[in-house]
Write a protein that binds this ligand. Structure first.
Ligand SMILES: *[C@@H]1O[C@H](CO)[C@@H](O)[C@H](O)[C@H]1NC(C)=O
Ligand SMILES: *[C@@H]1O[C@H](CO)[C@@H](O)[C@H](O)[C@H]1NC(C)=O
Ligand SMILES: [Zn+2]
Length: 429
C-alpha cells in the first residue's frame, strides 16, 4: 500500500509539473500572403498567444493556444479563411513524455563511472551539472582552459564561460571564435553543441588546427535563471527572470535577445507580458551586459560570433532590420558553407538549412546579440536556428528526445567548425 501511495505521489508530482500547459493546443497555420501574416500577428497580440514559428508568407506558422483561447482563435481563423490544423491537442502530454525519457536516460547512466562533473550526450544536462563540468575541466586542463566567472544573473546565478587556447589567449594573431547557447531558456537543443565544442577542443582533440590556430570563447548557459526555470516549472520559458515592471509582478522577464544596445526598441515589444519584451532600456539586464562586455573586451580579435537558437533550421546574419552589411556576400557564402556541412550529415527527417539575412528570411528584430556584434565590426556574426524536434506529435519544436542529443551536438559542430576555418582562412590575421 505504501509502495502504491509513493508511486501515486511520484506520478502526481511529475505530472503536476506541467499543469500550466494542460489543454494547450499547438496550431499549424498556413500563411498565404502578407495580409494573413499581419492578421495573425494582431490575433496573437489580442489573444495573448505564444507564437512558436513566426508567420510569413509561404510558411506554416505554429502557435500555442490555451484552453480558453481555443474557441475564439479557431472561429477567427475560419472566418478569415486560414487553412490550419491542430498538431497537438494537449501539449502537456508531450512535456510529460520528454520528462519520462530524460529520467530514463538519467537512470540508465547513473551508475556509470566517471569523474565528478563529467558530461555526456545522452540527455539534456541541468545548470548545476554544466557548472560543475566547466569547473572540473578548468581544473583538469589548466594549460588550455580558463574558466571565467563573468558575473551574476538577475537572480544571482553565476554566468560562466570558458576561454580555450593553446597559447593562453596571448597570441593576438589568432582569431577568436565566440559561441553561446541558451540565451533563450527553452531552446534546450542549443546546449549540447556548445558542450560538444568543448569536448572536441579540450578533452578529445582530433583536429588540432582548430586549437592551434584559433582561440575560443564558449558560453553554454547565457540565461541561467530562465534555464533553471525551464527544468523546474515552466518548460517553455524564453526570457530572463527580471521583475519589477508591473505591480504584483503579473508579468516578468525580458527577452535578452531584444535587450542589446543596438537599434533597441524598433523590432521588439514594450509590453512586459510579451515574449519579445525588450526591457526598460538598452542593456538593462545583467545577462546582456555580461555578453556585451565579452564582445567589447575582445572586439579586435573576435572574427566569428555564433548565437545558437532554435528552431527552424536556419543560419541567419544581420542586420536584423533586413538591411544588409557591407560584407553580405561573404556572410552569405560562409553561411552556405556552414549549412552544407550540417546538411551533409543531417537526420533524414529534417529539412536542409536555409541561409539568409535575418530580417528578410525570418522577421525584423532589434536589440539582438547578433547585431550587437556587428556594432563592433565583428566581421562574421550569425544566429543558428537548430532544427525543431520531431518529438511526439509534430511541431512541439522546443522539446528534445534524449536519443537525438548527440546527433545535434555533432552536426551543429560541423557547421561551427566550418565557419571557424572559413573565417580564419579568409581573414588571415
Ligand atoms: C574522439 O573523437 C573521435 C572522432 O570524433 C571518435 O572517433 C573517438 O571515439 C573519440 N574518443 C573518445 C575517447 O571519446
Ligand atoms: C540538402 O543538402 C544536401 C547536402 O548539402 C544536398 O546534397 C541536397 O541536394 C539538399 N537537398 C535539397 C532538397 O536541397
Ligand atoms: Zn531563440
Amino acid at each position: 500500500m505504501r509502495l502504491l501511495l509513493s508511486f501515486v505521489l511520484t506520478f502526481c508530482f511529475v505530472h503536476a509539473k506541467h499543469e500550466m500547459y494542460d489543454g494547450h493546443s499547438l496550431f499549424k497555420i498556413k500563411i498565404q500572403d502578407e495580409k494573413q501574416m499581419k492578421y495573425l500577428y494582431s490575433l496573437a497580440e489580442v489573444l495573448d498567444l505564444d507564437v512558436w514559428v513566426l508567420p510569413f508568407p509561404g510558411n506554416d506558422a505554429a502557435v500555442l493556444v490555451s484552453k480558453e483561447s481555443n474557441e475564439p482563435f479557431r472561429s477567427e481563423l475560419s472566418e478569415y479563411g486560414f487553412e490550419f490544423q491542430i498538431e497537438t491537442d494537449n501539449i502537456k502530454r508531450a512535456l510529460d513524455l520528454e520528462d519520462t525519457l530524460n529520467e530514463k536516460a538519467l537512470r540508465k547512466n547513473h551508475f556509470k563511472s566517471g569523474y565528478r562533473g563529467k558530461i555526456g550526450f545522452d540527455r539534456i544536462y541541468k545548470l548545476s551539472e554544466v557548472d560543475s563540468y566547466l569547473e572540473t575541466l578548468a581544473e583538469s586542463y589548466p594549460n588550455t582552459v580558463t574558466l571565467v566567472n563573468a558575473g551574476k544573473s538577475f537572480e544571482g546565478r553565476d554566468i560562466k564561460y570558458l576561454k580555450i587556447s593553446s597559447t593562453n589567449f596571448q597570441d593576438v594573431r589568432k582569431p577568436i571564435v565566440f559561441v553561446e547557447s541558451l540565451l533563450h531558456a527553452r531552446e534546450w537543443v542549443t546546449l549540447p553543441p556548445t558542450l560538444w565544442a568543448i569536448e572536441k577542443l579540450v578533452v578529445n582533440v582530433t583536429e588540432s588546427d582548430l586549437i592551434d590556430t584559433i582561440d575560443w570563447i564558449i558560453l553554454p548557459v547565457a540565461n541561467p535563471d530562465g534555464y533553471e526555470l525551464t527544468h523546474n516549472e515552466d518548460r517553455f520559458w524564453r526570457k530572463n527572470r527580471a521583475t519589477g515592471f508591473v505591480p504584483g509582478d503579473f508579468c516578468v522577464g525580458v527577452d535578452l535577445n531584444r535587450n542589446f544596445d543596438i537599434k533597441w526598441g524598433s523590432g521588439s515589444s514594450s509590453s512586459v507580458c510579451s515574449e519579445i519584451f525588450h526591457g526598460s532600456r538598452p542593456s538593462s539586464e545583467p545577462e546582456t551586459v555580461i555578453i556585451s562586455r565579452i564582445m567589447e573586451e575582445y572586439r579586435n580579435r573576435i572574427d566569428l560570433f555564433i548565437d545558437l537558437h532554435s528552431y527552424g533550421s536556419m543560419i541567419l546574419y544581420g542586420w536584423g532590420s533586413g538591411d544588409l552589411l557591407p560584407n553580405a556576400f561573404s556572410l552569405q557564402q560562409i553561411g552556405l558553407n556552414m549549412a552544407k556541412a550540417i546538411d551533409d550529415m543531417k537526420l533524414i527527417f529534417n529539412e536542409n538549412y536555409t541561409v539568409g539575412n535575418a530580417g528578410l528570411v525570418l522577421y525584423p528584430a532589434s536589440g539582438t546579440a547578433m547585431d550587437y556584434a556587428n556594432r563592433f565590426n565583428i566581421p562574421f556574426s550569425y544566429v543558428y536556428e537548430l532544427p525543431g524536434s520531431i518529438f511526439g506529435t509534430g511541431l512541439s519544436g522546443f522539446l528534445i528526445e534524449p536519443e537525438l542529443v548527440e546527433h545535434y551536438a555533432k552536426e551543429t559542430w560541423e557547421g561551427i567548425k566550418t565557419g571557424a576555418r572559413n573565417v580564419r582562412d579568409l581573414l588571415g590575421r
